[in-house]
Design a protein around this ligand. Structure first.
Ligand SMILES: [Zn+2]
Length: 185
């Protein structure tokens, strides 16, 4: 068996140590995942997730006395249309990621060191899936309560119509805040 060449990185199971030693780089052109979890957050009837532009760079960094450790720097930019929590219309939110990760031998070591570290500490083994990592970060970049700065014309009527079509026409007219609470469940 021949070893894979160093230019052939597998983003689904990245050998972070080798990647960092080689000063490796990967980016959005290398083939992207579908980001299903992100797509699930998208407002219905919109374009969904815009293409995510991302880049990851590996490097070895000195960590104390003569010890070097592998690091990754992940940067990404995208945008997603989600439901505005005030007017219930779609609002496009920017997704920006700029994170550093330090890698240690295994998950136990990562867990032990993560609490005391400013950077995120991850395990070399099992090898990380960069697409999962990227999607996690993009999800965390979503605002908890997305809202327009200034909402356009209210679109509450169309939501009320939807509720009627779902067979809830027997109920008395709901106030919009109760409706919002129901939708958020
Ligand atoms: Zn709004």
């Amino acid at each position: 068996m021949t070893a894979p060449t160093k230019s052939t990185w597998n983003p689904k199971r990245l050998d972070v140590r080798a990647f960092a030693l080689a000063g490796g780089q990967l980016g959005s052109a290398e083939g992207d995942g579908q980001f299903d979890r992100l797509q699930a957050e998208c407002a219905p009837g919109t374009d969904g997730l815009e293409p995510v532009s991302w880049h990851v760079q590996g490097e070895m960094r000195a960590q104390g006395a003569g010890k070097v450790q592998p690091w990754l720097h992940l940067e990404a930019e995208g945008a997603l249309s989600v439901v505005c929590q005030r007017c219930l219309g779609p609002v496009k939110v920017p997704l920006v990621v700029d994170r550093w990760y330090r890698f240690v031998a295994d998950e136990a070591a990562a867990e032990a060191e993560d609490e005391d570290s400013e950077e995120d500490v991850l395990a070399l083994e099992p090898r990380p899936d960069l697409e999962d990592l990227l999607e996690d970060e993009l999800l965390m970049a979503l605002p908890l309560v997305p809202m327009h700065e200034v909402c356009p014309e209210p679109v509450v009527m169309s939501v009320a119509d939807e509720a009627v079509s779902l067979g809830q026409d027997e109920e008395p007219r709901k106030n919009p805040f109760a409706e919002l609470a129901r939708l958020k469940k």
